[in-house]
Design a protein around this ligand. Structure first.
Ligand code: HEM
Ligand SMILES: *[C@@H]1O[C@H](CO)[C@@H](O)[C@H](O)[C@H]1NC(C)=O
Ligand SMILES: *[C@@H]1O[C@H](CO)[C@@H](O)[C@H](O)[C@H]1NC(C)=O
Ligand SMILES: *[C@@H]1O[C@H](CO)[C@@H](O)[C@H](O)[C@H]1NC(C)=O
Ligand SMILES: *[C@@H]1O[C@H](CO)[C@@H](O)[C@H](O)[C@H]1NC(C)=O
Ligand SMILES: *[C@@H]1O[C@H](CO)[C@@H](O)[C@H](O)[C@H]1NC(C)=O
Ligand SMILES: *[C@@H]1O[C@H](CO)[C@@H](O)[C@H](O)[C@H]1NC(C)=O
Ligand SMILES: *[C@@H]1O[C@H](CO)[C@@H](O)[C@H](O)[C@H]1NC(C)=O
Length: 330
């Protein structure tokens, strides 16, 4: 069950991660930041931004805690494909809201996009009519399905594949194990893990756990879903790692972290010490949140999260002032 404390922490983490359209970063870590981003970016121009978002997210999560998982995963998908440029939000991007183009295995929650749009509107209602010199800006490039698939590792990946893939983005083994801890909340469709059940059962998987999963997913094409963390599905904690130690990880990519000698001890460490996990998760998330960010004169500030300004016919009448203030930036 979710506790108030874990929610507060989750909120903080979500804060650290929201980089879409409006960037929100909290100044509470000594992690290095790249040129052009600042911890106090909105301090003078939009001091209320964090409280507006925090308040609204609390409301959203209270109604449906699962939306936190949706947002967390959305941030991961955005950053891994072309960098944290909110390309994931663009209609027509392969993992974006345009459902017919999204491969089923990307299955991002539709509501997450709506939450972001809504947050943006709330923030902008409060925002004074001038813009800020530096910060994370929105990309102009659509992410194609190719680029998307090439940048997001499959759940059937082993640790070697994960480490190799994430090394191209400068993540080390500790980052890989910590970021995978995002699977301490949220759900998955059967198709993401039935490779471990059919035709033959993955011998690494706990037998009882496997039988339970077979009930939920009677065939590999079952469209049912199940939780990623059986011990505490809605709580942001270190139980994901305890699951791995007990061979109750859901994906191959999860469980293999405990099999592979390069990551096993890191898993054990996080399973034994939640503070250690939180500390590392925040550091790795901050690192992830800076993947190929656009700053200064690159990219733009979208008036509508799901459309580039140049494609936005609505723009002229509705947010002229916004655009004006943005042009001063360039
Ligand atoms: C390391 C490689 C990763 C792989 C292979 C992976 C794979 C997956 C898959 C297959 C799903 C379930 C999709 C479905 O069937 O519906 C999922 C869900 C999820 N992932 Fe990952 N993921 C990875 C990394 C991450 C990272 C870095 C984060 C965030 C820090 C993250 C956060 C989540 C969350 C929160 C969910 C649940 C989403 C929901 O409930 O809507 N994942 N992931
Ligand atoms: C996507 O990749 C396939 C091969 O993997 C290639 O044939 C196709 O041209 C690529 N499409 C784009 C838009 O890059
Ligand atoms: C997603 O599914 C497509 C088929 O729809 C498959 O070709 C691709 O390898 C899968 N990608 C991942 C990341 O699972
Ligand atoms: C990991 O997966 C890759 C790609 O499927 C495969 O070539 C390799 O042999 C696997 N490594 C291990 C240690 O299982
Ligand atoms: C899963 O889906 C099947 C149909 O594919 C259904 O018969 C079964 O009751 C479902 N199980 C759970 C636990 O949702
Ligand atoms: C699902 O797979 C089973 C066999 O595993 C097959 O009999 C059934 O027709 C499939 N259903 C769909 C909707 O593809
Ligand atoms: C757990 O990790 C924290 C953070 O790194 C550290 O300060 C603490 O000493 C560790 N606790 C134990 C019991 O090792
Ligand atoms: C943003 O654009 C989409 C079209 O892609 C439209 O459906 C939506 O209503 C727009 N949102 C706002 C707040 O104008």
């Amino acid at each position: 069950m979710a506790t108030a404390k874990s929610f507060t922490r989750l909120l903080l983490i979500t804060f650290l991660s929201l980089s879409f359209c409006f960037s929100v970063i909290k100044a509470q870590s000594s992690a290095p930041i790249v040129n052009g981003l600042s911890w106090t970016f909105y301090k003078s121009t939009c001091p209320k931004v964090e409280s507006i978002i925090r308040k609204q997210l609390k409301k959203v999560f209270k109604k449906d805690v699962g939306q936190a998982a949706g947002l967390l995963r959305l941030h991961f998908h955005d950053c891994f494909v072309q960098g944290c440029d909110a390309s994931v939000l663009l209609d027509g991007s392969a993992s974006g809201p345009s459902e017919q183009e999204a491969p089923p295995n990307l299955s991002l929650r539709k509501e997450a996009f709506e939450i972001i749009d809504d947050l943006r509107e709330r923030v902008h209602k409060e925002r004074p009519d001038y813009d800020v010199p530096l910060g994370r800006r929105d990309g102009l490039t659509f992410a194609t399905q190719n680029v998307t698939l090439a940048n997001l590792p499959a759940p059937t990946s082993n640790t070697t594949t994960l480490l190799t893939s994430l090394a191209t983005k400068n993540f080390d083994a500790t980052d890989v194990v910590a970021l995978s801890g995002g699977h301490t909340i949220g759900i998955s469709h059967c198709s993401s893990f039935t490779n471990r059940l059919y035709p033959t059962q993955d011998p690494v998987m706990d037998k009882t756990f496997a039988n339970d999963l077979k009930e939920i997913c009677p065939t590999s094409n079952s469209t049912n879903t199940t939780v990623l963390d059986i011990r505490s599905p809605n709580t942001f904690d270190n139980k994901y790692y305890v699951n791995l130690v007990d061979r109750e990880g859901l994906f191959t990519s999860d469980q293999d972290l405990y099999t592979d000698s390069r990551t096993k001890d890191i898993v054990k460490g996080f399973a034994a010490n939640q503070s250690l996990f939180f500390e590392q998760f925040v550091a790795s998330m901050i690192k992830m949140g800076q993947l190929s960010v656009l700053t200064g004169g690159n990219g733009e500030i979208r008036a509508n999260c799901s459309v580039r300004n140049s494609d936005n016919q609505y723009l002229v009448t509705v947010v002229e002032e916004d655009l004006e203030s943005q042009s001063e930036l360039r």
